[in-house]
Design a protein around this ligand. Structure first.
Ligand SMILES: *[C@@H]1O[C@H](CO)[C@@H](O)[C@H](O)[C@H]1NC(C)=O
Ligand SMILES: *[C@@H]1O[C@H](CO)[C@@H](O)[C@H](O)[C@H]1NC(C)=O
Ligand SMILES: *[C@@H]1O[C@H](CO)[C@@H](O)[C@H](O)[C@H]1NC(C)=O
Ligand SMILES: *[C@@H]1O[C@H](CO)[C@@H](O)[C@H](O)[C@H]1NC(C)=O
Ligand SMILES: *[C@@H]1O[C@H](CO)[C@@H](O)[C@H](O)[C@H]1NC(C)=O
Length: 305
């Protein structure tokens, strides 16, 4: 932790490239439950962004420079607020310009020849019929500055406008209310929100229109276990998203992303469902043993795991 702070200060002092980073678990791991990010992928099109506005970090984004949309944004939820929206959209200068500063900034801050090569620009959305759907939402921000920091196009993807203003907004509010009631008092709350790239549509022939939006939360106790967790996923149209376990969401995402496994929260956090399954397995194993001492041995080794 001390080292982490030290490195953060160093990079700020040097005015260095603190935003698009090699390893966001190292640079801004505080936005992930147990400091572990959701699954990252080996392909070079992905970038790790510690979202920074005027030298303050607000959340982390895993960005897909090929499709020009985020894969996910991750943040700590500490309460809802109802502040005004400035609606001033920024971009991530460092995605296109190696010499750019660490803060998100207006499009004009990047040389026009480089602007938008690796990311979406405002013009891509104009007349597209799609909204700039926030991943880390305004409604979950804790301050005006924090809300402003959600207005970067690296934190947005083309979202059906009635979904954005309808069921997805309802979900953001319900989750905020549920978490405020159930989790904020006793747990640290981590949220990851992402999209699945679609296969049929781009806006302005540049920016992928996602097929699905998803989100998940983990209420982490002092022993770094998710005591309360839930996942939600819906296609990019105005329908009520499914409310499922994080395990089921992870299976669904592995399917949709076409990877062997996808982890939203580190498996060491052991969401309650996983624990139940494990207990069940122990009992089945034990009932099959003839000698009770073998059973005890197996229980000990399972529990130790
Ligand atoms: C999702 O389902 C769980 C379990 O049934 C429930 O406790 C929770 O309130 C639901 N969340 C939302 C936002 O509907
Ligand atoms: C969570 O949100 C859902 C949808 O609004 C609501 O039905 C449920 O009662 C809430 N649960 C808690 C514990 O607040
Ligand atoms: C938080 O923990 C305290 C002490 O264990 C308990 O009394 C309280 O009901 C908990 N709050 C919630 C929202 O679960
Ligand atoms: C969308 O844009 C990408 C990247 O420019 C391109 O590879 C893809 O073929 C386009 N897809 C469609 C359906 O237009
Ligand atoms: C497993 O067995 C223990 C002890 O017999 C029991 O308390 C527990 O409820 C069982 N768990 C399940 C999931 O059946």
């Amino acid at each position: 932790m001390t080292l982490h702070l030290f490195m953060l200060m160093l990079s700020l002092l040097s005015g260095g490239s603190a935003r698009v980073v090699q390893d966001f678990e190292q640079e801004c791991g505080g936005f992930f439950a147990n400091g572990k990010s959701p699954t990252r992928r080996p392909e070079p099109q992905y970038r790790q962004i510690c979202q920074n506005l005027d030298n303050i970090y607000y959340y982390a984004t895993y960005y897909d420079t090929y499709n020009r949309i985020p894969v996910y944004s991750a943040y700590k939820f500490t309460g809802k607020m109802d502040c005004d929206r400035l609606d001033k959209w920024l971009i991530e200068p460092q995605l296109d310009d190696d010499n750019a500063g660490p803060s998100m900034a207006s499009e004009g801050s990047v040389d026009i020849k480089l602007r938008g090569i690796h990311q979406a620009l405002k013009g891509d959305y104009v007349k597209s019929g799609f909204h700039r759907g926030h991943l880390a939402p305004v409604y979950h921000a804790q301050s005006r500055d924090c809300a402003d920091a959600t207005f970067t196009l690296t934190n947005a993807a083309p979202q059906d406008s009635s979904f954005n203003q309808g069921q997805w907004r309802v979900l953001e509010r319900n989750i905020a209310n549920n978490l405020t009631e159930q989790c904020l008092q006793n747990y640290s709350v981590y949220i990851v929100t992402g999209v699945v790239p679609g296969t049929t549509k781009n806006v302005s022939n540049r920016v992928n229109v996602p097929s699905h939006f998803w989100t998940a939360y983990c209420c982490l106790d002092q022993n770094n276990r998710c005591q309360i967790s839930r996942g939600f996923i819906g296609v990019n149209e105005n329908k009520i998203p499914l409310n499922i376990t994080v395990n089921d969401l992870e299976k669904e995402l592995a399917n949709l992303y076409k990877v062997t496994s996808f982890e939203v929260f580190d498996s060491s956090t052991v969401p309650p469902m996983k624990q139940k399954n494990k207990a069940f397995r122990i009992n089945v194993t034990c009932s099959q043993f003839w000698f009770s001492f073998l059973c005890v041995l197996s229980q000990v080794s399972f529990l130790g795991y």
